[in-house]
Write a protein that binds this ligand. Sequence first.
Ligand code: ATP
Length: 213
Amino acid sequence: MELIGIFGGTFNPIHNGHLVLAQTVLDTLHCTQIRVIPAAVPPHKETPAVTAQHRATMVKLAIQSQPKLVLDTCELDRQGPSYTIETLHLLHTRFPDQALCLMMGQDSYQKLPTWHRWLELLDYCHLLVVHRADKEQSLTLHPEHEGKLVDIATAPQAFSAHANGLISFLTQAPPDISSTRIREQLRQADNAVRNQIPPAVWQYIQENRLYQT
Ligand code: ATP
């Protein structure tokens, strides 16, 4: 079964850590594509001051030269909070013959039990959790996920042999970059942040005067 990566986030803004994460997952799992899905209204974060439209445009600019990364605006077309379980349900109907792999950083996985209907997520997808360089503690499995963990070395085969229900941990961390820190540095007009963002996104931020207070 072919594998599609699902990469949700606020992307406020998208940065090189996100892009390295996506590339590592492509290289590791050999997905046919990764769908990058900006949240309209993230349930666990404050509603971003920068509009969903701007965030989606920045994603589009960041991935324009990478054919396997696809912007998916399905959460922007829905009303209310962007619940991942609803997105997965939709994608499962759109791609019934392919296995979905939801990818996320370690911080998101730790907070997973606060997500809407979190125990049902694995009914629709596999989960790939990526280590985050700023986290000192090791990746630990939630007890509810016991028995579902597969070694990263066998994950490509296991994920394509089953439609859903498995988890793997990728301990190779992308660079230590976070959108929160980028926003802070942009507010302080700290140009050092420039090498953490794709050039086209940097230019878009300047042209539209985003993240200035
Ligand atoms: P913030 O700093 O505001 O929390 P963020 O940089 O985590 O933002 P999100 O859009 O929330 O950006 O991230 C989307 C997903 O990408 C999340 O699952 C997050 O854990 C993961 N991620 C983002 N940056 C990294 C990174 N540098 N290393 C590993 N995972 C990351």
